[in-house]
Design a protein around this ligand. Structure first.
Ligand SMILES: [Zn+2]
Length: 254
């Protein structure tokens, strides 16, 4: 397989300078940076964030030989009071060649506000016919996923455009039954390489990522360790290639 992996879910604005170097060294050639503005109060915070990632950080990544693509959207950990203004602007950002998805969006607490923001963003994804990256929380996961899939069903979005991220055994059945794609966040707190290898059939349509942020212990190229583990367990090279880049390349057209 080609040595170019795709980091399918990261947060470029939080990656340390050395982290970009490690990603490049480990063979990551492309990355998708998801939007997040923690505790955002104003729509402008998101507009500047989108421009910062697609402009400044795209250039920085390029200096390491990594092509950066972005996802744009309102993260549940920072919903501004004037969030509809961000939603209204999403089609304009999505028009750029380097913006490949809506995300990351989702629900943490099942509040009415979170549900409204998610629904609005799924409607944009449906109308623009673009993929959407959906976050799942740490707690109450099957119930939250159920709620999100109900909303998606009512919106009528094509399930094959939906990536349900931070997938694990607790929700993979719901994801597969719905026809969505699992995002595979490879780290101790989420999916580990041994669990993935033990249940490859369940996760085969997925896309690996490290979901790097600075809010927990983290490794910007952590998923490549899982790739190496899979190889040590003689996992089929075509499947490794799909999980470590091929599936993401196909969905995002990158
Ligand atoms: Zn994330």
């Amino acid at each position: 397989m080609s040595k170019c992996y795709i980091e399918s879910h990261t947060h470029a604005g939080m990656i340390p300078h050395a982290g970009f170097g490690i990603m490049a060294e480990k063979g990551i050639g492309k990355m998708v940076s998801c939007a997040i503005v923690l505790a955002a109060r104003h729509a402008e915070s998101y507009f500047d964030h989108f421009r910062m990632i697609d402009g400044f950080y795209r250039q920085l990544a390029a200096s390491f030989g990594i092509e950066l693509f972005s996802a744009v959207g309102v993260h549940p950990a920072g919903i501004p009071e004037d969030w509809p203004r961000v939603i209204d602007s999403l089609p304009e950002f999505i028009n750029r060649d380097t913006v490949v998805a809506i995300g990351e969006v989702g629900i943490n607490q099942i509040s009415t506000l979170e549900k409204d923001v998610l629904r609005a963003q799924l409607e944009v994804a449906k109308n623009c016919n673009v993929p959407v990256i959906i976050h799942t929380p740490k707690e109450n996961r099957p119930a939250v996923v159920d709620e999100m899939l109900n909303i998606a069903g009512r919106v009528g979005i094509n399930p094959a455009l939906m990536v349900i991220d931070h997938a694990h055994l607790d929700i993979i059945g719901q994801i597969n039954d719905f026809g969505a794609l699992p995002g595979l966040t490879m780290r101790e707190q989420n999916l580990t390489a041994p669990v993935l290898v033990e249940h490859l059939d369940l996760f085969a349509r997925g896309m690996m990522n490290s979901d790097y942020s600075n809010i927990m212990p983290n490794d910007p190229a952590g998923f490549v360790n899982a790739v190496e583990y899979m190889r040590s367990r003689q996992v089929d090279e075509n499947l490794i290639s799909a999980l470590a880049g091929g599936n993401a390349a196909q969905l995002y057209g990158i």
